[in-house]
Design a protein around this ligand. Structure first.
Ligand code: CAO
Length: 426
């Protein structure tokens, strides 16, 4: 079966996480993704957080499947010439260098348009235009500057970053959507365009409910926050919500059987209004079904802590999976806290390709996430990440149509660092 992006060629000038997330997705959808790396070193993540000596790290492999790797010294005159050839041969250039890096290499947007007017030029930066546009940014900086950290954690604790990589992978996702949208518009206009996704903007987009709450504060306390029921006054900014659901149906994380020794023996429990009677029956509080303090959602809001403490007395008598089974029979929304170990071992996620096992020539078998977006007519086959420079010669010959003489000339120039697959440098 063909792939949705068959025929689309990407010049992948990305590194670390945000950009590679984007190009890996496009590669999973069938784009030919040519990753340009610095000779002898490559993407810095090849050597970061290594678990197997002299093998590409999981950090790198899990973000660079289905790509080809070419090594080019972008600061070398002949390296620039190669890059110009690739710009002409590609549909999309994706990069997430620090601000101004690509311009310093000589590839301004104006120059790129001269080289290839159909090129889509897509970038991730930490910030959009404004006071911080020249700043370098990593994941947690984006979480802090995009509104996530100030609204995550407990009221009496410091701001908290989350394990979900909303700054890097989140912005990579935003950028991928921008790219396919620009490709679609190009089918009508015949022209490329710039696509920019700032990590601060991406995080804020994902935190929009917190901006909603910021504005609701002007009209009174946020009654669905447990601090309301606890009589704690609100300040002038959206507070940290602990495990409050943040939506119209209150929820909280509750202990389950074994919580004393298992850090993940918990369940997320939502007191959804339509199933309130079922909740009361399950926990043995049938009197709450009609009691004026509990019968209606508004009456429950000031009592959320007491309600969840009471439900927890029941959840603590069940394992998280037993509780899930019982509650689901009554359509009560809930979810066990699943550890990475449990997810890695979950057979249904293997069956759907959400988690896949990949074999790699230098590191052996490992687990990775597959494509979370499933297309019925464009299945994803997860292929191992390339070794550094593994496809350098192949790309010179196949994409740039260089003959033996030209390849030898380029090799001798030092612009591609020898062109032989190498283990990544530390
Ligand atoms: N050949 C020659 N030089 C190369 C090269 C190649 N193939 N590839 C990269 N380089 C050079 C660049 O030219 C640049 O050199 P100059 O600074 O002299 O122009 C340098 O390597 C890379 O610069 P950088 O600023 O991108 O890299 P860094 O490690 O200093 O910073 C990061 C990393 C992520 C903070 C920065 O790239 C950034 O802010 N990116 C945008 C935001 C982003 O995506 N952040 C998320 C990263 S994932 O957590």
């Amino acid at each position: 079966m063909g792939k949705a992006l068959d025929g689309v060629r990407i010049l992948d000038f990305t590194h670390v996480q945000s950009g590679p997330t984007c190009t890996q997705l496009l590669a999973w959808f069938g784009a030919d993704c040519i990753k340009v790396e610095r000779p002898g070193a490559g993407d810095v993540t090849r050597g970061q957080l290594r678990d197997v000596p002299n093998a590409d790290s999981l950090y790198f492999t899990m973000l660079n499947h289905n790509k080809r790797s070419i090594t080019i010294d972008a600061k070398h005159a002949q390296g620039k010439e190669l890059l110009e050839g690739l710009v002409k041969a590609c549909d999309v250039l994706v990069e997430n260098f620090g601000p101004g890096v690509l311009d310093r290499m000589g590839f301004t947007w104006e120059r790129l348009q001269q080289l290839n007017p159909r090129l889509i030029y897509a970038s991730v930066k930490g910030f959009g235009p404004g006071p911080y546009e020249d700043c370098k940014v990593y994941e947690n900086v984006a979480q802090c500057t995009g509104g996530s950290a100030s609204t995550t954690g407990f009221r009496d604790g410091p701001p908290l970053v989350t394990g979900a990589q909303i700054g890097d992978s989140g912005t990579g996702l935003h950028l991928a959507l921008g790219i396919v949208t620009a490709l679609y518009q190009r089918t009508v206009t015949g022209k490329g365009q710039r696509v920019q996704a700032a990590m601060q903007d991406g995080v804020l987009n994902l935190c929009r409910v917190k901006l909603r709450d910021q504005q609701r504060l002007a009209h009174g306390p946020l009654k669905e926050f447990s601090q309301y029921g606890e009589g704690v006054a609100f300040g002038d900014a959206t507070p940290r919500a602990g495990n409050d659901s943040g939506g119209g149906q209150p929820g909280w994380i509750l202990k389950c059987k074994g919580w004393e020794t298992d850090p993940n023996a918990y369940i997320y429990f939502i007191t959804q209004a339509p199933v309130w009677a079922e909740i009361c029956k399950v926990i043995g509080k049938e009197e709450w079904i009609t009691h004026p303090d509990y019968a209606k959602p508004d009456a429950r809001l000031p009592r959320l802590k007491h309600i969840f403490d009471t439900i927890e007395q029941w959840t603590m008598t069940k394992t998280k999976f037993e509780a899930m089974d019982i509650l689901n029979k009554d359509d009560i929304p809930c979810g066990p806290i699943l550890s990475m170990k449990e997810l890695a071992e979950e057979p249904s996620l293997r069956e759907t390709g959400t988690i896949v096992e990949v074999d790699h020539p230098t590191r052996g078998k490992y687990l990775t996430v597959g494509n979370p977006i499933k297309l019925s007519d464009s299945p994803t086959d997860v292929l191992r990440s390339p070794l550094l420079g593994e496809h350098t010669e192949e790309i010179l010959r196949q994409v740039l149509r260089y003959d033996d003489k030209k390849v030898a000339e380029i090799k001798a120039s030092g612009a591609i660092g020898g062109g032989k697959p190498t283990a990544a440098a530390e």
